[in-house]
Design a protein around this ligand. Sequence first.
Ligand code: FE
Length: 231
Amino acid sequence: MRNGKEKSSRRAFIKTTSAGVTSVALAATVAASAGPEASAAEPRKARCDGLPLAVTPACSGHETPAAIEGPLFKPDSPERSDLITPGIRGVRLDLGGVVHDTACKPLPGTLIEFWQCDQNGDYDTSGFSLRGHQYTNSRGAFRLRTIIPRDYWGRWGQRAPHIHTQVQSPGGPVLITQLYFPDDTEAYGRDFAALNAADRLLNRACTIRLTATPENTRYTGTFDFVLKTTA
Ligand code: FE
């Protein structure tokens, strides 16, 4: 359970990081859509069949690189780690990881906000579909049940599939970044290698380690954050 202090610090966090979001900006970019070529989200057979599972690397101590927030963050998302709600039919992704400080110490109680577009490349700007926040557990770990988002055209041109996130340890500065997918990811019939190469905001250091489950119908991903805990 969260106490009032944490809630109030969360509000301060949101206030800090949502500055600059205006209704005009929202209106200009709400139409981020995959276009008529968008097809039904059917999981495809993963290409990594037979390859060894990726191993989560030990914490490097290198701070996770920041990225722009983008205009579609919404404050006051529900506290939840499961973003699969009715109507969400994309390629399933179970994402997990640990948040560390730069000395590689796990950070319990760290606030993580996730927001992303759906299987058609659309963000929910009227509700909270595919949006949520959670806190890391006593070992600094988090889990997110979601889908692989689709690519879309937006303010910055062609965007490769990505998950937006904000991470803040108790009392620490906010890290705003975006997580990406490996070139050999298979979802929605899209060429992730080409999409990644064309995305001028993409940072390969923020690529999720992805493995297909044995039945090749969903993915499991790992991403560990490394944060500064003082400004
Ligand atoms: Fe985005």
